[in-house]
Design a protein around this ligand. Structure first.
Ligand SMILES: C[S@@+](CC[C@H](N)C(=O)[O-])C[C@H]1O[C@@H](n2cnc3c(N)ncnc32)[C@H](O)[C@@H]1O
Length: 241
């Protein structure tokens, strides 16, 4: 198995990522988010877990959430603060949610963060912590990459240079290039199929309320490559069990 590194703990990558909004395949990850959040979430107190340079936090703020963004990568948090000086972005150490009291959040959004969490026990530890800070009726929205994303070409991603992705099993490193970024170095992600997410949720005291797999349509402002037939993203809406 390849060694895993957090691509985001890097100034150049953070600078490139800070310019990314919702182009191409990313559009599809966030297209349905306003509707999903209004359907499933009551209240406005939100945590953006793994906020990166703040793209997902800014979306929450635009939708009226009182959102705090946290991340383990100082380079990403610094950029988030520059792009959105009035936002609340906090650097945390891995798994440290102590600044959030138990049972206080209406929403935890995690956009692509769990693609970077490299072991079953870490995923369970983090999700159990996020469940603890959630209100009884609160929801976790976990947006992750579908295993298919690492096997095909997309409007915003390329994987053709990494045929070894096809042999990867749950927990293995898979590689993908974000073609929208100026920085074309591959990102290391961790493959985590649907059944393994279900196992992790169960062990974290969470239940899946609904799973969304958005597909591209002819009405979208993008030229799709495979997005209109193969869903690149999975969005889990979770509640405490
Ligand atoms: C792909 S970026 C996504 C950023 C943002 N959510 C967005 O949609 O643009 C994933 C982020 O998760 C962060 N991350 C990874 N492990 C984390 C952890 N244990 N706690 C908090 N953040 C983490 C990474 O540092 C990175 O900034």
């Amino acid at each position: 198995m390849m060694e895993f590194r957090n691509t985001y703990e890097n100034d150049a990558y953070a600078a490139a990522y800070a310019k990314l909004e919702f182009p191409g395949t990313y559009y599809l990850a966030f297209r349905d988010m306003p509707d999903i959040l209004s359907r499933h979430v009551q209240g406005s107190v939100a945590l953006d877990f793994g906020c990166g340079t703040g793209r997902s936090t800014r979306l929450l703020r635009k939708l009226g959430f009182d959102a705090v963004g946290i991340d383990i990568a100082e380079e990403m948090i610094n950029k988030a603060r520059t792009v959105d000086p009035t936002g609340d972005y906090r650097l945390v150490s891995d798994g440290d949610l102590d600044q959030f009291a138990d049972g206080t959040l209406d929403l935890v959004l995690s956009a692509f963060t769990f693609d970077n969490i490299d072991a079953h026990a870490r995923k369970v530890g983090l999700l159990s912590g996020l469940a603890r800070v959630l209100k009884a009726e609160g929801r976790i929205v976990n947006l992750v990459s579908s295993p298919d994303i690492y096997l095909h070409e997309w409007a915003s991603f390329s994987t053709k240079d990494f045929p070894e992705n096809g042999l990867a099993k749950c927990g293995d490193v898979v590689r993908i290039i974000v073609t929208e970024l100026e920085d074309k170095r591959p990102v290391d992600d961790i493959l985590w199929p649907d059944e393994d997410y279900h196992d992790v949720y169960k062990k974290s005291g969470l239940e899946v309320v609904k799973t969304y797999r958005p597909l591209g349509s002819a009405d979208d402002p993008c030229e799709w490559v495979n997005e209109d037939t193969i869903p690149p993203w999975v969005i889990y809406v979770l509640k405490k069990s």
